[in-house]
Design a protein around this ligand. Structure first.
Ligand code: FAD
Ligand code: PYC
Length: 416
């Protein structure tokens, strides 16, 4: 039985995973050339490019909840490629270039909007750091420019650029090609494209074990709906990567933290771009529905809770009111959290693992939405060929053994 995306969605709504009755047994009844664990944007993009660019269509994406219900549907959708190190510039710029043509590629409006991402400087340290990024980016052919406070105010008129605030704005870095997109459309667009090429997307299907053969290579998975045979598995289960990888006895250098966001009641357009402040720690944009989209910080301790501490959101709102005094009287509509997995060098892990047939794509922490198309594209190459894509090669798991880290901590957009 082949699933269409529509059938899968209908069955999920009806509380059924779409899993055929005859597969519900302990013995594997179906064999796939590859299985992807996790139907977030990264997993679905991987499936799409596997099918489209590598002709691999006998694959399944297994999701314990619903399509895009993890971080993909919970993030603040900021897209940018203004990272410091060459390895990061390469992968995030690869993604931005794919974003630029993604609606056409998927024939689905992902609402990518290059409205500009502005990062604020409040002190000399910020100025040095942001200017260093600007120089590094321009050397790599990535747009980024310095703005004076008056220019920043002209670009975003509701921004408080007077001396009246506790940490006055002394300048800003602007990436004009940065922006936002509609997060659920990205998941649905990739899902529809993958499904149309024959990929099975199975919701409400949690992977509970990874099977290995006598030689230690992967031979399948056990799920809440039964067992499935495969010799190739891609784990793309942000927030829960360590849990899934432990099923194959692989210990990951990851910690999981709740990260929150919130939106205001909808108002008329007043915010034309994305503004981020690392020092005051707040970031804000406006969705096409009119809600102000506000990001808070990570909790200071590890957890799998999809809520997060209230004091973190409160602190963020104080910072937002300082930067944008005119939004003080707005009411907040919704607040939620996601679980992000973070590596010691704040850079992702993409590639092979010590277990034959087992591949992993994780560790995007607080910043993987922007990478979705690029991440899926390079991971599909890695899964199909067994070799890392050149852009993914520096992000191997092995770097935590060799010490060749890519320390983007100082380049994080906000103080996460
Ligand atoms: P997910 O979308 O989380 O997908 C992983 C899937 O795996 C989930 O659906 C989960 O249910 C599934 N899964 C887990 N375990 C199993 C299992 N055992 N069996 C089957 N399925 C399983 N990034 C940016 O670039 N810009 C931003 O502005 C931004 N803001 C953020 C704001 C918040 C509040 C949060 C939480 C994150 C933010 N991020 C941002 C980070 C970004 O959301 C993530 O890095 C990215 O979405 C990860 O995508 P993914 O597809 O890997 O993960
Ligand atoms: O990576 O740009 C980012 C980001 C913003 C908010 C969370 N992550």
């Amino acid at each position: 039985m082949r699933f269409s995306f529509l059938n899968v969605a209908r069955q999920a709504l009806a509380g059924n995973s779409g899993w055929p009755e005859q597969w519900r047994s302990a013995e594997p009844k179906a064999a796939y050339d590859a299985i992807i664990i996790g139907a977030g944007g990264h997993g679905l993009a991987t499936a799409y490019y596997l099918a489209k660019e590598h002709g691999l269509t006998n694959i399944a994406v297994l999701e314990k909840g619903w399509l895009g219900g993890g971080n993909t549907g919970r993030n603040t959708t900021i897209i940018r490629s203004n990272y410091l190190w060459e390895e990061s510039e390469a992968i995030y710029e690869h993604a931005v270039k794919l974003w630029e043509g993604l609606s056409r590629e998927l024939n689905y409006n992902v609402m990518y909007s290059a409205r500009g991402v502005m990062m604020l400087a409040h002190n000399q340290h910020d100025v040095h750091s942001l200017k260093r990024h600007i120089h590094a980016n321009r050397l790599a052919g990535i747009d980024n420019e310095w703005l004076t406070p008056a220019e920043a105010n002209a670009f975003c008129q509701i921004l408080e650029t007077s001396e009246a605030i506790r940490y006055p704005i002394v300048g800003a870095a602007l990436q004009r090609r940065g922006g936002t997109a509609r997060h659920d459309a990205v998941a649905w667009g990739y899902a529809r494209g993958a499904s149309a090429r024959g990929v099975d997307i199975i919701q409400n299907c949690e992977v509970t074990a990874i099977r290995r053969d006598a030689g230690g290579a992967v031979s399948g998975v056990e799920t809440t709906r039964g067992a499935i045979a495969t010799k190739k598995i891609g784990v793309v289960a942000a927030g829960h990567t360590s849990v899934v990888m432990a099923m194959a006895d692989v210990r990951m250098p990851l910690e999981s933290y709740p990260l929150q966001a919130l939106v205001s009641e909808p108002v008329k357009p007043l915010m034309p771009c994305v503004v981020m402040s690392n020092t005051i720690h707040a970031y804000m944009s406006q969705s096409d529905k009119g809600e102000l989209v506000i990001g808070a910080g990570t909790d200071s301790y590890t957890s799998y809770s999809q809520t997060g501490g209230l004091h973190i959101a409160t602190h963020t709102l104080e910072a937002i009111c300082e930067l944008f005094p005119m939004v003080r009287r707005l009411r907040m509509l919704r607040n939620w959290g996601g679980i992000v997995d973070v590596t010691p060098d704040r850079s992702p892990i993409i590639g092979r693992t010590p277990v034959a047939g087992l591949f992993v794509n994780c560790g995007w922490g607080t910043g993987g939405f922007k990478a979705t198309p690029g991440s899926g594209h390079v991971f599909a190459h890695t899964l199909a060929t067994g070799e890392p894509h050149p852009i993914a090669a520096p992000f191997s798991l092995d770097r935590f053994r060799t010490g060749r880290l890519i320390d983007e901590a100082a380049a994080a957009a906000v103080a996460h």
